[in-house]
Design a protein around this ligand. Sequence first.
Ligand SMILES: NC(=O)c1ccc[n+]([C@@H]2O[C@H](COP(=O)([O-])OP(=O)(O)OC[C@H]3O[C@@H](n4cnc5c(N)ncnc54)[C@H](OP(=O)(O)O)[C@@H]3O)[C@@H](O)[C@H]2O)c1
Length: 287
Amino acid sequence: MGRSSIAALHLAGHEVVGLARTPQSAAQIAATGAETCLGDVFDLDAMAAGMQGCDAVANLATKVPVGTGALRPGSLKAIDRIRLHGSRVVTEAAQRAGVERIIQQSLSFMYADLDDDWIDEHSPVDVTHATEPVVVAESNVKAIEAAGGTAVSLRFGLITGNDRNSAWLFRRAAAGRAIGLGAEQSWMHVIHPDDVGSAVVHALTAPGGVYNVGAEPVQRRDYVDTIALAAGRRHGHFLPGWVLRLGGEKLEILTRSQRVSSQLFSDRTGWHPYHPKLTPDWFDDLV
Ligand SMILES: NC(=O)c1ccc[n+]([C@@H]2O[C@H](COP(=O)([O-])OP(=O)(O)OC[C@H]3O[C@@H](n4cnc5c(N)ncnc54)[C@H](OP(=O)(O)O)[C@@H]3O)[C@@H](O)[C@H]2O)c1
């Protein structure tokens, strides 16, 4: 999300300061031509110092466990802390530095399973232990509104392309192993990594609020087959139901049928995905 956003922001003519926790990350950011600020999302002083002179801040920090590690007890602790506490620090730092706009990365996973019905920003959410921190993060950044600022939360679909989670699924599919979760006809909301960055650029001018951001929804059977095809297989396979029961709430959110529309964000900002429909070439980097 960070890499994609820096590239898109530069392309749109913006100056960027990237937050880095290590000298190695700082060097990667510097190589893009962005300025760097050393610090951590939990470090209020470093965050406020890094935001000095900025017009907007995009909070894209994340720590999502990938693969079977996601099933271990406590696997969501780090990401939950970033969502619950990090979003508060970002907001406080923005207020201190006089930054008037916060863009918070969020997830469309929070919506309830609505089967074949379309989902928009007014559709019901289904809050569980797994989705609550996402809802709280959206709510935390709204504190900027009290000082006349603007909070924009982008409810991204599942990032699908050259990211770590897709790479893990791709390797499994290439080996002929199951990657599908849930019902084959259920709907998923996906987004190409490049479109994350272009959405962050468009969020700079969006009216405050929450927006769904993604490509055309895809049915799980097509999602699984598209990855398998890119990985050199004719078909993908689904995991048995007992795996889902083992994963509890952590896996349940990955099985909801979510036919999510991103129309509102397009209408309000003119954003359109460069990659409007999932195709095997989304995985070209992995091939
Ligand atoms: N909509 C979605 O699908 C969605 C949403 C969120 C996350 N994800 C997951 O995340 C992946 C894609 O996101 P990504 O490529 O941006 O993830 P990523 O490669 O893991 O990058 C996360 C970034 O957050 C930074 N970070 C983590 N903890 C931090 C902290 N305490 N303070 C400051 N920065 C911190 C990391 O810095 P370091 O380099 O220092 O670790 C890294 O730069 C996908 O594979 C997916 O599994 C998906």
